[in-house]
Design a protein around this ligand. Structure first.
Ligand SMILES: [Fe+2]
Ligand SMILES: [Fe+2]
Length: 358
């Protein structure tokens, strides 16, 4: 039989555990989740229709305003004076690496959201998770398409793969919610918003605006749902959830967990012919002149400024957990971590927080 040859898929399997929970009560039980579901339906978008793919990537704007995980390299005179081809190479390769990990994270989110439809016990929670499943499919679609314009998809970082595996394979829906909705999506929302604010590349800005608007709802789901149920957990269940959250955050941001995003990024610079030592020396020299807002963001960061406040807001931030986080920051940043401030409050309205910014 003849037909169009289809490339064999490159797959990788993780055993996924969950109990599918029926709920025979179809009335709304958690009104806030029902409202969030209605919002999600109202704010659906279509990637091929609503984004202007035709215009492609504006290379100059892209290289001028790409974001390097908190290093404002592109704002230095040193960077501005580099050869245009080198700037394009470094910025497109580094960004493709970063966006590839977002893409893989989105695939993980797609699978976890679909698991949540079965695993959560409340009808409102199932309805909402169904919309998130569709959102995540769209995110996989748009990141893959944008990366294709830039370079090629890079492999997933081992630490991110471990977080996704742990979240997919646990049988506890609460752990799935904490690992995915609070930690992975909290980190993603924070990074997407930063990147959206700093980039002047029109297609990327547009894409990140749509995606972060969805992500704001996803984090909102975790916060609202967990706030409603954490109070009814036993002390032991609560501390197990805290441990799960900490382990996920640790894998993603602790420089000791190996293969961090920054280290991989520096390798990419070297491959393109840009020496990281020189770049940092120039960055230090020009520090004074560089936008103070950028520096402030790199100091606050997604964990202290976002993930910790979201854990606090759902009642999953005991003194014991605070000690774990402080220990991690001390190991990464030394003495000054002893007095580092942790954020207290999440923005009241996450969608406004995303869209109200630049
Ligand atoms: Fe997503
Ligand atoms: Fe998401």
């Amino acid at each position: 039989m003849s037909g169009i040859p289809i490339r064999p898929p490159e797959t990788d399997e993780t055993e996924a555990a969950l109990n599918a929970v029926y709920n025979w009560n179809y009335d709304s039980e958690i009104d806030e989740l029902r409202t969030l579901y209605a919002n999600a339906l109202d704010r659906q978008w279509i990637a091929v229709r609503d984004l202007d793919w035709e215009k492609g990537i504006d290379r100059e704007e892209f290289a001028k305003t790409f974001s390097l995980g908190g290093f404002p390299v592109e704002q230095t005179d040193f960077w501005k004076n580099l050869d245009a081809d080198l700037k394009w190479e470094v910025s497109r390769k580094s960004t493709a690496f970063m966006l590839s990990n977002f893409l893989h994270g989105e695939q993980g989110a797609l699978m976890v959201a679909s698991q949540m439809v079965s695993a959560v016990p409340h009808t409102d929670g199932k309805f909402y998770a169904a919309t998130q499943t569709l959102d995540e499919a769209r995110h996989v679609e748009v990141f893959a398409a944008y990366i294709e314009l830039l370079d090629e998809v890079n492999p997933i970082m081992p630490s991110l793969k471990r977080v996704l595996d742990a979240t997919i394979s646990t049988g506890s829906w609460l752990e799935k919610a904490v690992g995915m909705q609070m930690v992975v999506e909290g980190l993603a929302l924070h990074v997407f918003r930063d990147m959206r604010n700093s980039t002047r590349e029109p297609l990327l800005k547009e894409l990140l605006t749509y995606v972060s608007r969805d992500e704001a709802r996803h984090v909102g789901y975790g916060v609202k749902y967990l706030s409603a149920v954490v109070g009814s957990l036993s002390e032991r269940e609560r501390s197990e959830l805290e441990d799960f959250a900490f382990e996920a955050a640790r894998l993603l941001v602790d420089s000791r967990s190996g293969g961090s995003m920054r280290i991989s990024m520096l390798e990419i610079w070297k491959e393109c012919g840009l020496d990281p030592q020189t770049v940092f020396a120039e960055l230090v020299k020009e520090r004074e002149r560089i936008d103070p807002e950028m520096q402030r963001q790199s100091v606050t960061g997604p964990v202290r400024g976002f993930i910790i406040p979201s854990l606090k807001s759902v009642g999953l931030f005991s003194e014991r957990l605070e000690g774990h986080f402080r220990g991690m920051f001390e190991a990464n940043f030394g003495e000054r971590a002893k007095t580092m401030a942790f954020g207290d409050r999440l923005p009241e309205n996450l969608e406004e927080w995303v869209e109200g910014s630049a």
